[in-house]
Ligand binder design. Structure first.
Ligand code: IPE
Ligand code: IPE
Ligand code: MG
Length: 249
């Protein structure tokens, strides 16, 4: 396991995206209800937020609830929405104190009103902070996001604001919910699953992927440092050859 001293502070990832998976299995292994796994997962969110802020990472995007997760048993969905409200309520003061700016991506219209309101308030209260950007993906799916971008582009073209043949990659980037954010350099997924599950499909095009078998509630600072350390030992070639990359160093 890597220690903080082994991390090269000059080559930190700007943006780390995390698929926080394995809460249910963590609880079930202990003979507990799944929701207790989600509750324990909140501690891991705190730990990672703190570690990222300490290192000076600019963006952390956490996949907290997917569009597909609406299909879970109603009891679990309700418990997750309540946990979100509760967590936002409790954590807002420490986000403010630690200069963390909360943001959200996803279909906020689908959230129960109480959850949406809490989000809006916490986002507004931390809007002036210029430290870590903590982005929560809630009711989010990448295909939903890309579909929305299509709709906006077509509408803008119809209104004469853009020309269809002038649409390029940056036009599309500006229409995504991550507009203005750098693409994730590193994607972490916990719990041993090796899939993307409809997360940031556009933005992950050239991210380094890191999978660990640790379940999310057990994910600690050491695991986070290890992921960054592994990332720093990858060679990002963007289609070029290794020799080209090394020549430019
Ligand atoms: C991730 O943990 C949290 C959410 C998807 C909300 P899971 O609830 O998916 O846990 P497992 O995969 O069933 O263990
Ligand atoms: C992905 O986890 C979504 C979140 C972590 C919020 P899931 O547990 O829902 O993913 P699948 O369904 O196993 O791919
Ligand atoms: Mg899961």
């Amino acid at each position: 396991m890597a220690k903080i001293e082994q991390i090269d502070m000059a080559r930190l990832p700007k943006h780390i995206a995390i698929i926080m998976d394995g809460n249910g299995r963590w609880a079930q292994k202990k003979g507990l209800q799944r929701i207790l796994g989600h509750r324990s997962g909140v501690q891991a969110v705190r730990t990672v937020t703190e570690a990222a802020a300490e290192l000076g990472i600019q963006y952390v995007t956490l996949y907290a609830f997917s569009t597909e997760n609406w299909n879970r048993p109603q009891e679990e969905v309700d418990a997750l929405m309540a946990l979100l409200v509760d967590t936002l309520e409790k954590e807002t003061p420490s986000l403010k104190k630690n200069n963390v700016r909360l943001r959200a991506i996803g279909d906020m219209q689908r959230l129960p009103e109480a959850t949406r309101e809490k989000f809006c308030r916490c986002i507004a209260e931390t809007a002036q902070n210029d430290g870590l950007n903590l982005v929560l993906a809630i009711s989010y799916s990448a295909r939903w996001e890309i579909t929305e971008a299509f709709k906006k582009a077509i509408q803008m073209a119809q209104e004469g604001l853009i020309k269809a043949d002038e649409i390029n990659e940056s036009t599309i980037e500006r229409l995504l919910s991550t507009a203005g954010m750098p693409d994730p350099d590193l994607l972490i997924r916990t719990s041993g699953e090796m899939r993307i599950s409809n997360f940031l499909l556009w933005q992950l095009a050239y991210s380094e992927l890191y999978f660990t078998s640790v379940n999310w509630p057990d994910f600690g600072k050491k695991d986070f440092y290890e992921a960054i350390y592994q990332y720093q030992h990858r060679e990002r070639r963007y289609g070029k050859t290794s020799a080209q990359i090394n020549d430019n160093k």
